[in-house]
Design a protein around this ligand. Structure first.
Ligand code: FES
Ligand code: MG
Length: 575
């Protein structure tokens, strides 16, 4: 692309280019920082939104990586400024980072709007940080490039490869069943997370980083690079160089994130065996762009695209192996007949040009379309009287016997009740029961915590049971697995049918038919509804209260009602 814009067209020119009193103040302050006119005159100002923090070990390296981005920006003739933003550390932030995704999205948007920024580099990767930063950048509508933090190195314990989350759940059950000792468990703790970077299974982080690349917002191949690989800082400086040209080209997310680009991203999600959480985030991103888009699109595409990435929890390998096997470009090249190759990306080139010639080096890690890892789609959207607006599951990560199943319910009103009951040795439960957890949705959790992989009752774990049907309005970690039916909408806290399920009811699940049915008559459900009382809100004040007032349901992407859509927002006055 040719340069289309002139320096006078830049947003930052309004702050720095005029000859009035305010601009004098801005320039004087830049000089206070040790800069001279040569540093900024006629140059795009690039905001590097950095979600580094001392307590987010997925982002430990982003402090240094911001310097690599700056180097690239300077090389290309831009003026880089780093803007720190809140860091959503998946393991530490309670009750759930999901409570804060929209807050980070707002922060990113407003940081960009309120400062003299012409283009944005978004540094994130740990789960919610990716959609949050992208949602903010979409709403701001200036050129933006996403720089994924990248996965950490493979875990290792006694010579066995360990995957984040997935192997913690697995060995926790081994410990509960008495098959490994306290000492084994303590030793495992030191081996499962070996470097900075995101979880290295196909959890929400790896899924969302891949989706960001597939939709066109990252440099080709960026999302697969392990955080600790020297290719990572090189990708960062290349992203810094590229954003400067994107500003001159006025290449905004709106020009990249088209409906066809979203379809490409969902196809990649399916082929990766991606996290169920991605559905919520992709719907939220699309709605920010004003695109009509719902969960059904995921279901349609999941019927077409099988799982190709042999990565846990659907497969056997880890993200480091995926990188050596050729990474996302190679996977997308395998999928190329199903993709719209004409979609534009941050490179200024099409996705087809970006993936041309990419090869799979390890066909056991990235399978061909003709021999997939699993023909079961990565995501199925079910509906029925229990979930009129839908619910989701990941058939590729469930025991096949449970994909068509009718069973008696054991219902829990909240997380604490569930956590107590599943440890009871005398719980009246069999492997054919269906566990139901209520009040764990967007408003009820609140924040839709990752409680959806309900623990298998201890009694059954000891008998060797490793999977059961579990139903909730919660989410589950992308590192989780099992026949977990999630995101039931509307949620129980707002009086969705899930609220009226009782122990002893029967539920029928038929994944092939995409159906979920509560075998209770409409009259009986109406009677239960009339007797129902909404639980008290957990957050009567503060951010939690604002959140509860404005949060949407899972099928709507859980955005705030006042953040959706594309109404133009005034540029700030400069007085
Ligand atoms: Fe950060 Fe999993 S904890 S990506
Ligand atoms: Mg997670």
């Amino acid at each position: 692309m040719n340069n289309k814009r002139r320096p006078e067209d830049l947003r930052s020119h309004r702050w720095l280019g005029a000859s009035d009193l305010r601009s004098f103040g801005h320039r004087a302050r830049l000089r206070q920082g040790g800069f001279n006119a040569e540093d900024w005159t006629g140059k795009p100002v690039i905001g590097i939104i950095n979600t580094w923090s001392d307590i987010n070990f997925c982002h430990t390296h982003l402090r240094a990586r911001a310097e690599d981005v700056k180097r690239g920006v300077l090389q290309a003739g831009g003026f880089p400024v780093e803007l720190p933003a809140m860091s959503l550390s998946e393991p530490f932030v309670k009750p759930s980072t999901m409570l804060y995704r929209n807050l980070l999205a707002m922060e990113a948007e407003e940081l960009l709007r309120s400062h003299p920024i012409d283009g944005a580099v978004l540094l994130g990767g740990c789960d919610k940080s990716t959609p949050a930063l992208i949602m903010g950048a979409i709403s701001m509508g200036i050129p933006a490039i996403y720089v994924p933090a990248g996965p950490q190195l493979n875990g290792n314990w006694r010579g066995q490869e360990m995957g984040s989350g997935s192997d913690a759940w697995k060995y926790w059950d081994e410990k509960r069943a008495g098959r490994i000792s306290e000492d084994d468990w303590a030793e495992l703790e030191g081996g499962i997370a070996r470097s900075f970077g995101t979880c290295m299974v196909m959890g929400t982080a790896a899924t969302m980083m891949a989706i960001a690349e597939a939709v066109g917002l990252s440099l080709p191949g960026a999302s697969s690079i392990p955080a600790a690989d020297s290719a990572h800082p090189r990708m960062c400086s290349a992203s810094g160089r590229r954003i400067v040209d994107m500003v001159w080209e006025d290449l905004t997310p709106q020009k990249i994130m088209t409906p066809a680009a979203f379809d490409n991203a969902i196809r990649v999600h399916m082929a990766m065996g991606g996290s169920t959480n991605a559905i919520i985030h992709v719907v939220a991103m699309a709605r920010r762009l004003g695109l009509p888009f719902d969960m059904k699109r995921f279901d349609e595409i999941s019927r077409e695209i099988p799982v190709l990435a042999n990565v846990r929890p659907s497969g056997g390998y880890l993200m480091e192996d995926f990188y050596y096997a050729g990474g996302l470009r190679a996977l997308m090249n395998e999928l190329k007949e199903t993709l719209d190759l004409t979609c534009l990306t941050v490179t200024g080139k099409t996705i087809g040009e970006n993936i041309a010639g990419a090869q799979v080096y390890k066909p056991d890690v990235i399978h061909p379309l003709s021999d997939p890892v699993s023909r079961e789609g990565a995501t199925a959207v079910l509906t029925g009287n229990l979930a009129p607006r839908g619910c989701v599951m990941k058939p590729s990560a469930a025991e096949k016997r449970l994909l068509k199943h009718r069973g008696k319910v054991i219902a829990f009103e909240d997380y604490n009740e569930m956590a107590r009951e599943v440890e009871r040795d005398d719980l009246d439960v069999t492997a054919d029961h269906i566990l139901v957890l209520k009040n764990s949705g967007p408003k009820g959790g609140p924040g839709m915590p990752e409680w959806g992989m309900l623990p298998i009752p201890k009694k059954l774990v000891k008998q060797g049971v490793r999977d059961m049907v579990r139903i909730s309005d919660a989410r589950m970690s992308g590192t989780s697995y099992g026949a977990c039916i999630l995101h039931v909408a509307p949620e129980s806290y707002v009086g969705g049918p899930l609220a009226f399920v009782q122990t002893g009811d029967e539920i029928e699940v038929d994944v092939e038919a995409r159906r979920i049915h509560l075998h209770v008559s409409d009259e009986e459900l109406a009677r239960r509804r009339a007797a129902w009382q909404q639980p008290a809100p957990r957050y009567p004040r503060g951010y939690g209260a604002i959140y509860s007032m404005h949060i949407g349901q899972a099928d709507e992407g859980c955005d705030f009602d006042f953040l959706e859509g594309t109404a133009p927002i005034a540029e700030p006055e400069i007085h």
